[in-house]
Design a protein around this ligand. Structure first.
Ligand SMILES: [Zn+2]
Length: 308
């Protein structure tokens, strides 16, 4: 999310992507609000057996990466819950596999959340195959918007509104059969989930949205007034707009660079992005930051230190 704000801030004036990225931010914020509502409601869940739930679960199996909104791991089954915060009148056409919303007379097609749910259920079956292969994996899409009306209800897709979620989850649990896993087995699954989750790395936003790095404004941002393009004066950064000095202002510029442009930075790229001339000053700054250096000579590059 912070990366998206940094991207918006650094898009060149007149960039055709500005409205698109603002809309992406709006959607991400709506998504987060929806997930929060889902988790809040899940606190009301009571089942006859042991269970635990995890929100915003990022996992990977080789190249297969997923981000699951919520996982309820119970002593009978594992339930994937996907939250969709979409307001308006919603239509699911199962015959054509289409999903769209209608608001003020305008129909907007939306990617069908049922298929995302199915992918995540398949993923979880595969993910748990080595730890707890007997566990049944099921799930549902939960519509979390306060003002959404499902006009054409899907008969086969498990898509429900937030207010009925607790009942639906309870039904899924009750119909999962009598197999009961022990607390120890659930502990193993929990540990496995927590170990697998930190590895998720987002691609740089320019790559994700196919934005040319030329559309990104370089420069060190003033922490006082927000203007880009502080000047390096001896061992500090100076803002021409407000006069503020800051020795470490380049650190957030490098963080922006990793979010937006590339996961690694060379001395040359650092100088271009932070707009400084001296290779030696650049080298000193890069080496004194909390980064991991790879290689030597001109091809030497730095990456984020993920072990923090
Ligand atoms: Zn300033």
């Amino acid at each position: 999310m912070s990366g998206h704000f940094a991207l918006l801030n650094r898009l060149r004036d007149g960039s055709g992507m500005f409205d698109f990225i603002s809309e992406e931010i709006r959607k991400i914020e709506a998504g987060v609000r929806g997930e929060d509502r889902l988790v809040d409601r899940l606190n009301e869940l009571r089942l006859s057996g042991e269970f635990r739930f995890f929100s915003d679960v990022c996992l990977e199996l080789g190249d297969w990466k997923v981000q699951i909104d919520c996982l309820v791991v119970t002593d009978r089954c594992c339930i994937v819950l996907e939250s969709k915060n979409i307001s308006g009148r919603l239509y699911f056409n199962e015959e054509l596999d289409e999903f769209y919303k209608e608001e003020n007379g305008v129909e907007t097609p939306i990617s069908n959340p049922y298929f995302q749910l199915m992918r995540h259920i398949r993923f979880m079956k595969e993910f748990l195959r080595t730890t707890l292969p007997q566990i049944k994996v099921t799930g549902a899409v939960i519509m979390t918007a306060k003002s959404c009306r499902i006009m054409q209800k899907p008969t086969h897709y498990p898509i429900f509104k937030l207010e009925s979620m607790i009942e639906r989850v309870t039904q899924m649990y009750n119909s999962a059969g009598e197999t009961s896993f022990s607390d120890e087995e659930l502990d193993v699954v929990e540990k496995f989930l927590l170990e697998g989750r930190s590895a998720f790395v987002y691609p740089p936003l320019c790559e994700h949205y196919r934005i040319s790095p030329g559309e990104i404004r370089p420069g060190v941002e003033c922490p006082g007034c927000g203007v880009l393009g502080m000047r390096r004066v001896y061992t500090t950064w100076n803002c021409r707009a407000c006069g503020k000095n800051d020795r470490y202002a380049h650190i957030s510029a490098v963080r922006d660079y990793f979010w937006i442009i590339d996961k690694k930075i060379t001395n040359k790229e650092f100088r271009r992005f932070c707009m400084i001339d001296s290779k030696y000053a650049a080298s000193r700054m890069l080496n004194s930051m909390d980064l991991i250096a790879h290689g030597s000579g001109p091809s030497r590059y730095f990456k984020e230190n993920k072990k923090k």
